[in-house]
Design a protein around this ligand. Structure first.
Ligand code: T3D
Length: 291
């Protein structure tokens, strides 16, 4: 009898310890500047500093860089969803850090070199589609990081702000490249020089982003998109990304040559054969998505 109650007491202690460890893990996950969630065939990364509208700090950059490296290394990952916790998507650089550094110009150039530029390059180069679900305000580098993603969808209440001119800076994170290409030179200049908030619906009407959804349905739509990509011919989509990006620096002749080469490469992937077979057999394709 004594032995049984001792065993029960030990089991209770073990359960309590397990609970404590689980609570600790949950707490540390909630506090992490980047939340990572694995879904079937895709991953969700959530910028997680809601009290600062998910503004970038160095630890957040480092966590994001590590999370992106892990996504890229995972051969089973066929899409990425980037979003923000709380009421904002991302308010760009955390200006508290800059205040404490006295606005040293070397610091700013260094941060672009070390973090923002590699981040934008990585998002563009990932070999699968990247979806940004802009759940609220996207300002400064936060706006341009969203615009670096392949498909940008936004909540109706969201807005896009090139806030740099408000503090005497220049649009970065690819903004001066992306803006004129997406909305044309006149709108790009006004957005960058006036630094006014552009409502999500206007952003959609101008072609800055893909689509706007009611706030309550944004994440459902984002997951639908990613689930679609998780069953798509991934290697072909990666070549589409590259072909569109490279077109900006090419004349038509060069681009036609590039399309020939990419088409050859795409046709060597088993997903091409599966696509054709599925069409002939009048059934949905089952793409392996090997990349
Ligand atoms: O520095 C470098 O390395 C160079 C690279 C630069 C890249 C950049 O991104 S420069 C641009 C930096 N970002 C900004 O200038 C945007 C600053 N934020 C705003 O203008 C406004 O917050 C928004 C227009 C984005 C949203 O306005 P609102 O009224 O919805 O919210 P809020 O009340 O201003 O912000 C809520 C809280 O977040 C507030 O804190 P509090 O008062 O509740 O304690 C606010 O201070 C904080 N917050 C918002 N943005 C930032 C921020 N804290 C630090 N840094 C921020 N960027």
């Amino acid at each position: 009898m004594v032995g049984v109650s001792k065993a029960m007491a030990q089991a209770l202690i073990a359960i309590r310890e397990l609970r404590r460890m689980m609570d600790e893990t949950r707490r540390s996950m909630d506090e992490s500047p980047i939340l990572v969630e694995q879904r079937d065939g895709y991953r969700v990364l959530t910028l997680n500093r809601p009290q600062r509208l998910n503004a970038f700090t160095e630890p957040m950059h480092v966590a994001l860089r590590e999370a992106l490296a892990a996504v890229e290394a995972d051969a089973g990952c066929r899409a990425l969803l980037l979003t923000g916790a709380g009421r904002g998507f991302c308010a760009g650089q955390d200006l508290n850090d800059r205040l404490s550094q006295g606005g040293d110009t070397a610091v700013l150039g260094g941060a672009l070199e070390a973090y923002y530029n590699p981040l934008v390059r990585k998002l563009r180069a990932l070999p699968f589609p990247v979806v940004a679900a802009v759940n609220g305000v996207a300002a400064g580098a936060g706006c341009n990081v969203a615009l670096a993603c392949d498909i940008v969808i936004a909540a109706r209440s969201a807005s896009f702000i090139q806030s740099f001119a408000r503090i005497g800076l220049v649009p970065d994170s690819g903004g001066t490249w992306t803006l004129p290409r997406l909305v044309g030179p006149a709108r790009a200049r006004a957005l960058a020089l006036l630094a006014e908030a552009l409502p999500a619906e206007t952003a959609e009407a101008w072609g800055l982003i893909w689509k706007v959804y009611d706030d309550a349905t944004l994440m459902e739509q984002a997951h639908k998109l990613c689930a679609h990509f998780a069953a798509a011919p991934t290697a072909g989509l990666a070549l589409i990304k590259r072909a569109l990006d490279e077109s900006w620096g090419n004349d038509l002749d060069t681009q036609l040559d590039l399309e020939r080469e990419f088409q050859r490469e795409a046709s060597l992937n088993p997903d091409y054969a599966e696509g054709v077979r599925a069409f002939m057999e009048k059934r949905p394709p089952r793409f392996a998505g090997r990349r």
